[in-house]
Design a binder for this molecule. Structure first.
Ligand SMILES: Nc1ncnc2c1ncn2[C@@H]1O[C@H](COP(=O)(O)OP(=O)(O)OP(=O)(O)O)[C@@H](O)[C@H]1O
Ligand SMILES: [Mg+2]
Length: 340
């Protein structure tokens, strides 16, 4: 049975959301805003760097809304090639294209009266964004190759990275679409701006793995506060996991934590690429992240085969492993489309 919708009580208003840890002022603002907008129908844009918890916020928005008995559907705009994305999102009629052996309902229909979470909206082409805007405005959609308009009125939740640190406008999103989806903007602070949450998060991730919350020796946790955490909470979670695994059931000393973190920090500076990279490395990393660092999925997202992917990586002087292990700070002005 779904639990009854909780009335907003000012004293509970900024308590952590389900599954979310952290009580820094920035996070309390997030919890408060989520509770305020969750019961409404307005679209919500969640803005934040990778790994800051955008997906958790999207889940909370749905769970705390009257739509929680209906589907929450999530689609990542980076994970699938554009043509597939369109037929996933809008559905298709039988015979709409050569692979369309049977008709398929679009996610916009499935999420009708539920919530549709579009992750990385800015990765969509202009044309697809225009089509999406029309659906959002009309609350109806046509499948690819179809004529019938079908009800498609989910609550729209989108995520994006900020265009630049000072702006709250989503990167890569058309102005008109942005106006439409930014009914409320929830900005997730990067972990480096809320170092006070780190000990809580470390304890949480240890507990999740079945370890005592104080498994790292006292001073160890202090070292966490100084690391740059470009991958934010996800990176912290991975580092905690790596440390406990490499210690084989033994308590982790402060020194071991320091060494692990020095490796992380150093890798943020020493970039294993001799030449300036051809592709936009940050885009490439984002694509890899979104595809769980799995070569077949990354290749598909780039619209190439696996062999081509590895050839290109080699030509660029990187490997999936080096990309993953080293935080790339080198930015190229080239667009991700040139990867294709
Ligand atoms: N405040 C938090 N408390 C506990 N776990 C968190 C928190 N924020 C993030 N996480 C964990 O960190 C990981 C990344 O979170 P999430 O997938 O929500 O980030 P994201 O912003 O959607 O990242 P991306 O932009 O890369 O998709 C998940 O394992 C999530 O459970
Ligand atoms: Mg996400």
């Amino acid at each position: 049975m779904a639990e009854p919708l909780r009335l907003v009580r000012p004293d509970l208003d900024d308590a952590p959301l389900p599954g979310m840890i952290g009580s820094s002022p920035g996070m309390r603002d997030v919890y408060r805003l989520v509770r305020r907008v969750a019961p409404l129908d307005d679209p919500v844009a969640i803005v934040g760097e990778t790994g800051t918890g955008k997906e958790l916020v999207a889940q909370a928005l749905h769970a705390l809304s009257p739509r929680r008995g209906r589907p929450l559907v999530a689609l990542n705009a980076v994970a699938v090639p554009e043509s597939v994305f369109e037929s996933e999102l809008f559905g298709h009629e039988r015979g709409a294209f050569s692979d369309a052996k049977r008709e398929k309902a679009g996610l916009v229909e499935i999420a009708h009266r539920g919530t549709l979470y579009l992750d990385e909206l800015g990765a969509l082409s202009e044309a697809c964004q225009a089509k999406l805007l029309r659906v959002i405005e009309e609350g109806m959609a046509r499948r690819v190759g179809g004529v019938t308009l079908r009800p498609a009125a989910p609550r729209w939740v989108v995520s994006c990275q900020a265009r630049d640190p000072m702006s709250r406008i989503g990167r890569g999103i058309r102005e008109d679409l942005w106006q439409r989806v930014s009914g409320a903007i929830i900005t997730l602070p990067p972990l480096r701006q809320r170092a006070g949450d780190i000990p809580l998060l470390v304890a949480h991730f240890l507990t999740l793995r079945g370890y005592p919350a104080d498994w790292f020796e006292g001073a160890g946790v202090e070292f966490f506060g100084a690391a740059p955490w470009r991958g934010n909470v996800r990176e912290l979670k991975q580092v905690v996991g790596r440390l406990v695994l490499s210690h084989d059931g033994k308590r982790v000393s402060a020194d071991a934590v320091r060494r692990e973190l020095e490796g992380e920090t150093r890798s943020g500076r020493a970039i294993p690429i001799a030449e300036p990279p051809t592709p936009a490395v940050d885009e490439l990393v984002a694509i890899c992240e979104a595809n769980g660092w799995q070569a077949p999925r990354i290749a598909a997202a780039l619209g190439v085969g696996r062999t081509t992917l590895f050839k290109r990586l080699k030509a660029w002087g990187v490997s999936l492993r080096s990309l993953r292990e080293f935080t790339i700070v080198h930015r190229s002005s080239l667009n991700s489309r040139e990867l294709r």
